[in-house]
Design a protein around this ligand. Structure first.
Ligand SMILES: [Zn+2]
Length: 255
């Protein structure tokens, strides 16, 4: 069994250089493979299509919260699936309200298309600490502090595990969730400092280090912060007790 994370996008909402943060998780076992896309914002659908080896085979989409840079790429993606004559059912799971928000977004973007997509969509909405299945992986929702209801997700397949924050501040209470994770993908909106509803590079690295995470990927950095500080991050990685890195779009990590 192998588990791989593909960073389709790593940007925040308005970064003109980076697609919105969106991660494709692929599990391969013998000849079977399963895949889930974690978040799909304004600019993520095209990025996903460019990164995936077989986009039509996608099993599931996770929506961490209802900000546009995390779910408003869905009308484009769903209609493209339809244009490519997809018939495979699609699971969409996410925060409470995701089901009606996706249908409304689809109706605004492409009126009348929802009922004629040509494939089934199975919605499940998760609450804090729910456990459920996402593309055949064990999933657990984790509440995040953010201006709107927001859920992180821990994915587990055999002996591999991954945690993705979506948007929100990492707290000490997350240690049991992060404990032993092979990869934590964490939003780090700023380099340092304490801000409500978001984490910083220094906060994420210290918490992930203390929690015993193997590797930590920093995503969703505010565009000006990223442009200013990207080249000076190495000193933060050198001092951290965890292997930290800032992925670029298209990067792949084997867990
Ligand atoms: Zn947000």
């Amino acid at each position: 069994m192998s588990m791989q994370a593909v960073f389709c996008g790593v940007g925040e909402a308005f970064d003109e250089n980076l697609p919105n943060t969106s991660i494709l998780v692929q599990v391969k076992e013998d000849k079977n493979s399963r895949s889930a896309l974690l978040d799909c914002g304004f600019t993520a659908a095209s990025a996903f299509w460019g990164c995936s080896d077989d986009p039509l085979d996608l099993d599931a989409i996770w929506i961490s919260h209802l900000h546009g840079d995390h779910f408003l790429g869905l009308p484009q993606l769903l209609l493209r699936f339809s244009e490519h004559a997809r018939i495979k059912p699609l699971q969409i799971s996410g925060v409470c309200g995701a089901s009606s928000a996706v249908k409304q977004a689809m109706e605004l973007a492409y009126p009348g298309k929802w009922d004629r997509l040509g494939f089934e969509i199975e919605f499940t909405e998760a609450s804090s600490r729910d456990t459920f299945q996402l593309a055949g992986m064990q999933a657990r929702a984790v509440p995040m502090e953010h201006p709107v209801p927001s859920l992180g997700i821990k994915l587990h397949a055999e002996n591999r595990s991954l945690f993705y924050t979506g948007d929100g501040r990492l707290e000490k209470s997350f240690w049991p969730v992060l404990d032993g994770c092979d990869l934590a993908i964490c939003e780090a909106f700023a380099l340092e400092g304490d801000m409500p509803g978001h984490s910083s590079v220094s906060r994420v690295l210290s918490m992930a280090g203390l929690a015993g995470v193997r590797q930590t990927a920093l995503v969703h950095m505010q565009r000006d912060e990223r442009a200013t500080h990207k080249d000076s991050l190495q000193k933060y990685f050198d001092q951290a007790q965890v292997t930290g890195f800032m992925p670029e779009p298209g990067d792949r990590v084997e867990l």
